[in-house]
Each structure stands twice: as C-alpha cells, then as structure tokens.
Ligand binder design. Structure first.
Ligand SMILES: [Zn+2]
Length: 319
C-alpha cells in the first residue's frame, strides 16, 4: 500500500536523510504494531551524531528470526527506503506469520545517501590508510594458513572468523562495520541464538557494474539450494528484467573474482559479507538483493519487498 506521503517521497527520489525516515517510520509504525523494541543507537563523527536504527520485533508466536539490513553501502539507497517506507507492512506480515525481525534500517548512516563508505573513512583513505570495505564481516583461513576476506568461487578453507576477531591482526574496519558486529554479538551469543535465525536479507543496489546505470534490472547473491527461490525470481521478472550470463564487478577496486550470473540471476560467492558470515553461523537463507542503479526507486523497493515477503512465505511453509 502506497500512501500519499510515500508516493511523494518516491517521486522525489527517496528519503534524503536517515533522520527524516526515522520520523516517518516512527509515525507509521506506532499505528500498526503493538510490540516493539526500538534501539536508536548513536555514534559520533567530529561534528554530528548519527542514529543507527535497529528494531527487534517480538511477535506473539515466534517461529524464528529474520534479519534485514539496508544500505551498508550508503549510496545504495533502495534498501533503507524499502525498510523505512514499507516497515509497517513488513512488520505486520512478520507478526501475522510469526516471525521476529531484526531490522538494521541503514547499515551506513554516515554515507547515506551520498557515499558508498563514509566521509571519515574517505578522509582516512586520503591519508593513505589501507582499504577495507564496510561489508567486510568475515575472514577465511586457507589450508596454507593464508588469511583472505573473499573466497570467490571457491568454498575451500580451514577456518573462518568474524572480521573483528581479536586473534586477527591488522584488520582495521570502518566504524559502521565494528558497530554492526557489536550489535549482532550482543543479540546472538550462542549457537542456539543463531539457530533461531532462519534468514538474512541484505539490501543493495549496483552502481558499479558495466551497464548498471543504463537500464533497470535485478540480480541476487544466495547460497545453498537456489531452486527454492524460483517463485521469487518469477515475481521479480514481472517488475524488472533479471540479469543473466554476465560478469559483475562487485568489489572496489575490481578484483579478479568477477562472477558470472546464472540464468535465474544468481551468483554464489563467499565474499566475506554479512550474509556470508550469517551463512557460516548456520543461517540457511542468506540473500543479497541487487537492483541496477538505473532502476527507479519505486521498482527497486518493489524488488526488495518481493524478496522480503517471498522469504517469509517460504519459511512459513518450512518451519
Ligand atoms: Zn552494495
């Protein structure tokens, strides 16, 4: 359901500021959900405090948890717009089906909506600091002891670690990545906590790959049995074309681990991202959604909603 205010926001190109979105969501959410825990968390730059909005819902009957995150890459705005503009419907559906949600509305409040990373980090880079991405949640130890942050097509490794693990050396992560890991660790302390998490959906947009700024499109990262997502892909194809058979350069700077998208728009890649970490913690449905940067915001949000509702429906049949 698109109300007038949301229609206006989408028409003008999205929520311009996380504070604005917080107000809109707060107003709508108050009307539609009875039980909630809102944790506005702040962290500081030199001149401003940014809210990290996290919401954990507790439905009357809990069949499991779904983690949702928007816009860890700050300039990929559909994620945060989807979660803030449609949050009330998402929460309502999850409550009805009996799923608890852990929503991270904007993974990168510094960068949103301007910058993939954040200004402080960009300044650090200018001072010659080593590059590390902000969706950098995992390290793999290979059989020869080498530590890497991305396995690419391979799934061969000896061990894995959270990228904030103290045993690792020289991993200097951006502030939003450290904060997210702290928040996740405080909620998911044990194996049993992770067993409760049935799915994670990380909402992105692609402004990097060749052609991404030319035409609307979608594709996706996932792991495990991809056939279960067929009904979701069918729905997405009704909204935008789904890319296939092409390589996408998904890292900056481009690495040699470019991957080719399969006929249903999927890439399987253990890239050390948050969904990859969740997968290692035992979460079976670990999805990264992508819409091409040229996709109109309204359609990009629709694609994200198809994933969110589709995964809920899928889980409702399974658990
Ligand atoms: Zn991204």
């Amino acid at each position: 359901m698109i109300n007038k205010e949301r229609g206006e926001i989408l028409k003008r190109g999205g929520i311009a500021d996380i504070f604005e979105g917080q107000k809109i969501f707060g107003r709508e959410f108050a009307l539609t959900s009875g039980r909630k825990t809102v944790s506005p968390l702040a962290y500081k730059t030199a001149d401003r405090v940014f809210p990290y909005l996290r919401l954990i819902t507790k439905p009357p009957k809990n069949r499991g948890r779904i983690i949702l995150r928007g816009s860890i890459h700050g300039d990929e705005i559909p994620g945060t717009n989807t979660l803030l503009l449609y949050g009330s419907e998402i929460v309502e559906r999850a409550n009805t089906l009996g799923f608890s949600l852990d929503i991270h509305f904007c993974g990168n409040p510094y960068g949103f909506p301007r910058d993939r990373y954040n200004s402080q980090y960009t300044a650090d880079l200018a001072r010659g600091k080593k590059y590390l991405g902000n969706n950098d949640f995992l390290r793999y130890e290979l059989s020869d002891g080498t530590i890497v942050d991305d396995l690419g097509k391979s799934n061969d490794f000896k061990n894995w670690y959270w990228s904030t693990d103290r045993r690792l050396k020289g991993v200097d992560l951006p502030v939003e990545t450290r904060l997210a890991q702290k928040l996740l660790r405080s909620e998911y302390r044990t194996k049993a906590d992770w067993q409760q998490v049935k799915a994670i959906i990380d909402l992105h947009a692609d402004k990097i790959s060749p052609g991404s700024m030319a035409k609307a499109a979608a594709y996706h990262y996932a792991m495990g049995d991809l056939s279960v997502y067929q009904p979701i892909v069918t729905e997405i194809k009704k909204i935008v074309p789904v890319w296939s058979g092409m390589a996408v350069g998904v890292t900056v700077p481009p690495s040699d681990s470019e991957m080719v998208i399969d006929e249903n728009g999927f890439i399987v890649r253990h890239d050390g991202s948050l969904p990859d970490l969740a997968f290692r913690e035992g979460v079976r449905q670990a999805i990264t959604t992508e819409t091409a940067g040229a996709t109109p915001l309204e359609k990009a949000c629709e694609v994200n909603l198809v994933w969110i509702f589709g995964i809920m429906d899928l889980l409702a049949k399974e658990v």
